[in-house]
Design a protein around this ligand. Sequence first.
Ligand code: HEC
Length: 251
Amino acid sequence: MRVFSYNGAEWGTRASFLGFCYSDWGKNSMFLHFLRRASVVLLCVLAVAGSPALAKRGNVAAAVNGSIASGGSNCTICHGGGGGSGSVQILGAPSVYAAGAIYDLTVRVSDSAQLGAGFQLSAEDGTGAHVGTLLITDAINTELNGSNPNWVNHTELGVVDSVANWAANGNSADYNVRWAAPASDVGPVTFFAAGNAIDDNNSLVGDNIYTTSQTATLAIVPAISDWGVATMVLLLMTTGTLLLRRDVATA
Ligand code: HEC
């Protein structure tokens, strides 16, 4: 048996290595002592270096879906690859939302040149503050991002499922997520999604990254006439307040 370094370069035969280890010099030297320590450290380093790679498939970093809160960062900060001719879509997002209402959204990643997909979704206001509540309805394939409920992602199993059903789904994968609108008016809400259409090689190359966003406004019907224009002008002049009537949200 021969001894190899982690990158495959040959260091020497195991016999010659052991010969050295069991020589008087090897057994008693500080060098061997150091070597023992170093090998433990090396194994630890390799274990740690290996684990993020394994974890990433099902444990994506938060704030990489191209949103305002992401500072525009998306999966491409790690994943390379061509632009691709596929897409990510947010289906079921309302164009007008009702306060307190529940919406079932689907993030669909499609790419006829690829073999599976992952995603990340968030709901934010114009300043990047997260709005409403993201709820998990499919815990096998989707999860909140670690302890951070502001982002929802694929799970590792979700990626495996997407690969298994990719062709049957017309070279696409659907991830279902529920969003509960905030109880009160917070103005326009934008859903941001990033999709990674993968070549299923467990690496950072050869993936196609897509981003999209869709904005929903709260159903408010300003009815100035109800107040009377004269009253409005008076109010505006005396208090600097502009009063609009807010109707009950409809959609
Ligand atoms: C901080 C770096 C980093 C970011 C940001 C990142 N990933 Fe990854 N991702 C990785 C690494 C490393 C791997 C490869 C290891 C693996 O597949 O287990 C990976 C693998 C994947 C895979 C499996 C790929 C395959 O071919 O099997 C999917 C799916 C995936 N990432 C989705 C995403 C999505 C979607 C985003 C953006 C919302 C994203 N990743 C952002 C590091 C990252």
